[in-house]
Design a protein around this ligand. Structure first.
Ligand code: NBP
Length: 477
């Protein structure tokens, strides 16, 4: 038993994570259901560090020093349960099973509870950054017990990405499913970020009349400012890419149907359960869904729309500046909504999640890494009980400064018939929160009328009902 850590499940993610551990000086036992993959890993990358090839589950467990740290990187869902079922009987109290797959946090809570009874620490861990991140430093979001973090944290800190200030992009998120919950919301925010960028692109193309190559340059410029982020950077790369077979812009030869694996959808489903408005993330999930309804789209192609009016060169440049404002303002709203969901999950499940720490560990390694996250961390550092990111003075000032342009972009989008559901949902959220009065008062009246659901008054305590079918006098409910 010489390995400090073991990785089972050696597809792209597990293999790269195992190599990352080895490159950082840890001795890594490797195992895979199909043992040939473990063999191949050692044959191919054995010179990168210390690997211990193991063939059977028993050999694998025997190779690990105690308490054992066993990282599972298999397909989420049933395969994860199958692996737990295989390994749990071979482990001893104090050992750790670290699930680095994209598990649903409810599954993680169940697995943690079941394994806790055996004295085994189950550490549901969000890993972001794709295969590149797994190899060179991902953002890591471990849940599970504080005790398990004490034994595991230093290793994760070593293999994780580092933010610009050198701090590791990992921290103990909270008990049981907290890590997978935060990873889920990370992915939801990623969907929203991608959708907002996609809308900005579409508006620059169809309203301002820019080519993909020109838009790539605009994104490169934006990437030197406050929108500096991995997603903006790769957007410029994708837009500048030319298809070798046709010579056309790559974006023009890719089928316009976006796919999804499910974490964005989970983020919205859970938000509905928690009663948290994540309209920006929801619109992003729905936008992918709309794009995939080929028949619906074909059947709707002849619906009437406005005739587009091309902008002059000067007007196009001014419009691009406005789109940057709209994108930035909408991005603030997406993160406001996402962090609200994390705060709500934390309260519901008693996780006590440090929102500033979450922003901090997303600064490197993960898909949504951005300079912007430093600002979010600073906002929570200044005030840990910040009720909303929009309550932060700095963000409030910036979104206030952006609002005229944000509105102008949506006017143009509406007039020219270009869908911008992410921008629109974000602005509607902003305006709803600002509003002195919402039409919810009318909604309550309707509910009381047809269902006697009662309402509260602005001027006195208590619940009331109006006798709508009778003399319309009010009674206390
Ligand atoms: P996959 O999700 O494609 O899983 C393949 C691995 O699962 C193989 O090692 C396979 O073993 C193993 N496996 C399966 Br399938 N069923 C099994 C079973 N019943 N018992 C034991 N092993 C089983 O691999 P991946 O793309 O590397 O992702 C691994 C995890 O990381 C997933 O949960 C994924 O959601 C998550 N994740 C992926 C990314 C990414 O960018 N790809 C990013 C972040 C997180 P075999 O070789 O014997 O078939």
């Amino acid at each position: 038993s010489s390995a400090q850590i073991g990785v089972t499940g050696l597809a792209v993610m597990g293999r790269n994570l195992a190599r990352n551990f080895a490159r950082n000086g840890f001795t890594v036992a490797v195992h895979n259901r199909t043992a040939a993959k473990a063999r191949a890993l050692v044959d191919e990358f054995g010179d990168e560090g210390e690997f211990v090839y193991t063939e059977t589950a028993k050999d694998f467990v025997a190779a690990l020093e105690r308490p054992r740290r066993l990282v599972v990187m298999v397909k989420a869902g049933e395969p994860t349960d199958a692996v737990i079922k295989e390994f749990a009987p071979l482990l001893e109290p104090g050992d750790m099973i670290v699930d680095g797959g994209n598990a649903h946090f409810a599954d993680t809570r169940r697995r943690e509870r079941e394994l806790r009874e055996l004295g085994i620490h189950f550490v549901g861990t969000g890993v972001s950054g794709g295969e590149e991140g797994a190899l060179n430093g991902p953002s890591i979001m471990p849940g599970g017990s504080a005790e398990s973090y004490a034994a595991l944290g230093p290793m994760l800190e070593k293999i994780s990405a580092k933010a610009a200030d050198g701090s590791p992009c990992t921290a103990h998120i909270g008990p049981d499913g907290a890590g997978h919950f935060v990873k889920m919301v990370h992915n939801g925010i990623e969907y929203a970020d991608m959708q907002l960028i996609a809308e900005a692109y579409q508006l620059l193309r169809e309203v301002a009349g820019y080519s993909p190559a020109e838009i790539a340059d605009i994104f490169r410029t934006w990437n030197r400012g406050r929108l500096d982020s991995y997603l903006i950077e790769i957007t410029a790369e994708v837009l500048a890419h030319v298809d070798a077979a046709t010579g056309k812009p790559f974006v023009d030869v890719v089928a316009d149907r976006a796919e999804q694996k499910g974490t964005g959808r989970w983020t919205v489903q859970i938000a509905l359960d928690l009663g948290v408005p994540v309209s920006g993330i929801a619109e992003a999930v729905f936008a992918r869904s709309v794009s995939g309804h080929t028949e619906l789209r074909a059947a709707s192609r002849d619906l009437a729309g406005p005739v587009a009016e091309p902008l002059s060169k000067e007007a196009a440049a001014a419009f691009a500046d406005r789109v940057e404002q709209a994108l930035y303002a909408s991005k603030i709203v997406s993160y406001t909504q996402g962090f609200h969901e994390i705060a709500a999950g934390s309260a519901e499940y008693g996780w006590d999640i440090d929102l500033g720490a979450v922003a901090s560990i997303w600064r490197g390694g993960c898909i949504i890494r951005a300079a912007f996250l430093d600002r979010i961390r600073a906002a929570y550092d200044a005030r840990a009980d910040l009720p909303s990111l929009l309550a932060d003075e700095g963000f409030a000032r910036e979104i206030g400064a952006a609002q005229d342009d944000w509105r102008a972009v949506l006017v143009a989008a509406t007039q020219q018939g270009v869908p911008a559901p992410g921008f629109a949902a974000a602005l509607a959220y902003y305006d709803a929160l600002r509003a002195e009065r919402l039409p919810a008062a009318l909604t309550q009246g309707q509910r009381d009328y047809f269902g006697a659901h009662t309402y509260r008054r602005t001027d006195r305590e208590g619940s009331f009902h109006t006798l709508w079918g009778g003399d319309r006098s009010e009674v206390e409910a």
